[in-house]
Ligand binder design. Structure first.
Ligand code: MV4
Length: 450
């Protein structure tokens, strides 16, 4: 096992990683920007190194500064968390060349899955169902029109370098497709430095279901069930749960087996996520693979009783995976609400400021993953996630009751947060029935405007 690791991240995930390290007996090094000197990850780590000014580009994305910090403090590994450098194959390669373990999969896996077209091609070759669409980049409007005719409208244009919904465009007819193709290509070039886009049939009434997989370097791989992630606004998840009401034992086994097959095909190592679109008729398709620990990992921890961060670090250190698929027991139902410093009444605009009064909910079956405290000044430079409120119940109904009570206890004053939105969502009839899909939030917010 490692004796010391550096955490190349901030916020709640940096705190979460430090917690796992402490329990594993690993010493920790925090890195921080000039805006983050008063952050809890800096206080909780054994050592801390300032890596630059407030802006992410100059600090948490500053590869030379992070590598220097790792060399000065003599760490054996770097944990990238999520976001920032977590899915940067170039960074993983630099770590490797400096003989520092990157806690994540091989650079080759990050690159293969980061390119959404090559991910599609890989899965197709392995007979894993993919959404009907293009096998190669769409270059001209003629190519786009021909394919749209074949797969029929609506279609969706996606950037190959995108993922997570970035650079996606839904089109319902030829005219829209032609204009969207040009803008999508330009946008992809500007955002990712790569203009490649591809086309898929758009599936409007589907659910976004993702499977957690765990694999060691000896070819052993298991899945830890699914997370229902359909509730997103502008491709930012708001609430996640496990299990999904849409899966029965049989479908869970089938999708889980395919998720494991997908991971094995690319010789994946560590923790990862296979995203699927699940249609109402139980047909499902591979969407993307995420090669990082995800924000919503706690709901899987709550229903499996496992510590995914400890597992991830142990696997990166070369340990054998001791889990067996048949022995993994799922119990109860878990829900996570993302608490952001955003105003739901005002288009979810970020609301930074200083927290004057803070009370975190507690009691049975309640978990809060956060980095905030009374007096914490929310910086404007980073994403607005303040806390993840996670609950567990014997079943979905119980979990919802516990979540309502925990949301009522949560005090973050005077900051506007998504707590108010979640309270309303947890009273929504369709949500309570489990009747959700990827359009749920969009439709809900459109209704409110009327
Ligand atoms: C789709 C889709 C429907 N059809 N692709 C969004 C995140 C990224 N990982 C993939 N995403 C989607 N891809 C096809 N062919 C629906 C989504 C999607 C979504 C779309 C609009 C509004 C909310 C959404 C939430 C989850 C997934």
């Amino acid at each position: 096992m490692f004796s010391k690791i550096l955490i190349a991240n901030r916020g709640e995930i940096a705190v979460r990683i430090i917690r796992a390290c402490k329990e594993l007996g690993i010493r920790t090094v925090a890195v921080y920007s000039e805006a983050d000197i008063d952050c809890l990850h800096v206080r909780f780590a054994d050592e801390a190194v300032c890596i630059g000014p407030a802006s992410s580009a100059n600090s948490y994305l500053n590869i030379p500064a992070i590598i220097s910090a790792a060399e000065i403090t003599d760490v054996e590994a770097i944990h990238p968390g999520y976001g920032f450098l977590a899915e940067n194959a170039h960074f993983a390669e630099i770590c490797e060349s400096c003989q520092i373990v990157f806690i994540g999969p091989a650079p080759y896996n990050i690159r293969l899955m980061g390119d959404k077209m090559s991910a599609r091609e890989t899965m197709k070759k392995a007979n894993i169902p993919i959404i009907p669409g293009s096998q190669e980049a769409i270059k001209t409007k003629e190519e786009a029109l021909k394919l749209a005719k074949k797969i029929k409208y609506p279609v969706i244009i996606k950037a190959s370098a995108g993922g997570g919904g970035k650079g996606m465009r839904v089109c319902h007819n030829d005219v829209r497709l032609i204009s969207a193709l040009i803008t999508a290509q330009n946008e992809a070039e500007a955002t990712f430095g790569k203009s490649d886009v591809y086309l898929e049939k758009y599936m409007p009434n589907s659910r976004h279901i993702e499977f957690q997989i765990v694999a060691d370097r000896f070819g052993h791989c298991v899945h830890l069930g699914e997370r229902e992630c359909s509730l997103q606004r502008r491709h930012q998840k708001l609430l996640e749960e496990s299990p999904s009401v849409a899966l029965d034992e049989k479908l869970r086994r089938k999708m889980g087996e395919i998720a494991v097959k997908a991971a094995k095909i690319v010789k994946y190592q560590g923790v990862g996520t296979i995203e699927f679109l699940l249609e109402e008729d139980e047909n499902f398709y591979f969407l993307e693979m995420n090669t990082r620990i995800q924000v919503e990992h706690p709901v899987t921890e709550m229903v499996t009783g496992l510590d995914l961060l400890k597992l991830q670090i142990q696997l990166a250190a070369g340990e054998k995976l001791k889990l067996h698929q048949d022995k993994i027991k799922f119990s109860g139902h878990s829900i996570e609400c993302r608490i952001n410093a955003e105003d739901p009444e005002n288009g979810f605009i970020p609301c930074p400021g200083t927290i004057k009064t803070l009370f975190l909910p507690g009691g049975p079956n309640v978990r809060v993953d956060t980095h905030i405290y009374s007096g914490y000044k929310i910086p404007t430079y980073y994403d607005s996630l303040l806390a993840k409120l996670i609950v567990k119940g014997e079943n979905r109904t119980q979990a919802i009751k516990t979540m309502r009570r925990a949301l009522d206890e949560f005090i973050i004053e005077p900051i506007k947060t998504t707590i108010t939105f979640h309270k309303q969502l947890l009273e929504n009839k369709d949500f309570l029935r489990g009747a959700i899909n990827t359009h749920f939030i969009e439709d809900l917010l459109a209704e409110k405007k009327e």
